[in-house]
Design a protein around this ligand. Structure first.
Ligand code: ZN
Length: 197
């Protein structure tokens, strides 16, 4: 039996973070009843993004080119590589204005409880970037959650094996803190106060 179009849309909306069954129904009815032209735009832009957005060859962030805008930028410090979990975290660090090096976006983290293991991180791609010969310091800006700490510890051991210098942003970020929700001033201080890890 095929699932009808309405139910299919509700199911799809339910997969979005923070959207439960009730919100999914509300969104679905809202789009179909009041915002049909916006719903069309939403559908088309989603398809367009799926077809054209890929991962930057250098930093793994989303981009529609081979290299993202940041990796193509001149005048940044090639000796520093800041590793973050998500594109949102990259934007937070960038907004803090405390960092002028380059980034690597993991697009995830180790999370044994969710079944996310070392294999899901694609650490080889990260190590390739880290070992480009120009990077002198790896700055681990993982969140201060259990998963973030676990990921930082894992990357630190990989980098140490290769003789790379590793620092971790300081604990101005509260325990359990996610960068996304920390104010720019606190995050800037945490980057300045980073320490060898
Ligand atoms: Zn990039």
């Amino acid at each position: 039996m095929s699932i009808d179009a309405l139910e299919r849309l509700i199911q799809a909306l339910k997969t979005l973070p923070g959207v439960g069954p009730k919100s999914a129904q509300r969104l679905c009815f809202h789009l179909l009843q009041n915002e049909r032209h916006k719903a069309k735009e939403l559908g088309e832009s989603l398809l367009d993004a799926l077809n054209n957005v890929r991962h930057c060859q250098k930093c793994n962030n989303f981009t529609s080119e081979n290299l993202c805008v940041l990796c193509r930028a001149s005048g940044r410090d090639e000796s520093k590589l800041c590793v973050v979990e998500t594109p949102v975290d990259l934007n937070r660090v960038e907004q803090s204005l405390a960092f002028d090096g380059f980034y690597y976006v993991l697009m995830g983290r180790l999370s044994p409880l969710d079944g996310l293991s070392v294999r899901d991180l694609n650490a080889e791609h990260f190590m390739e970037r880290a070992l480009d010969g120009k990077v002198k310091e790896i700055i681990l800006a993982m969140n201060f959650t259990n998963e973030g700490e676990l990921t930082a510890h894992y990357l630190q051991s990989l980098c140490k094996e290769k003789g790379l210098s590793v620092t971790r942003i300081a604990r101005g970020v509260p325990v359990g803190g996610e960068l996304e929700f920390v104010d720019s001033g606190t995050l800037a201080q945490a980057i300045r106060d980073r320490r060898f890890y």
